[in-house]
Design a protein. Structure first.
Length: 80
């Protein structure tokens, strides 16, 4: 499954958009790296919010869009 991630920083308004590929059992990857091992600090911070219990990445179905509100980001997850 491919997840399109769009995260808006609540403080600066900066928008970060990227894709994760994988599934909830095997894990998700960003450009071949496990989502928790990404070198880019901003993307890793968003990913850290996505792995928390109750995150939509564990339950989202293809074609759906879910949102996640964290302390620093408003995160939109769209599954393809």
């Amino acid at each position: 499954m491919i997840l399109k991630i769009k995260a808006t920083n609540k403080n600066s308004g900066e928008v970060i958009s990227y894709e994760l590929e994988g599934d909830s059992d095997a894990g998700f990857f960003y450009e071949g790296e496990h989502m928790q091992e990404v070198a880019d600090n901003k993307i890793r911070e968003v990913n850290n919010n996505l792995i928390l219990h109750g995150s939509p990445i564990y339950t989202i179905r293809s074609g759906a869009t879910e949102t996640l509100d964290s302390k620093s980001f408003d995160i939109e997850v769209t599954a393809e």
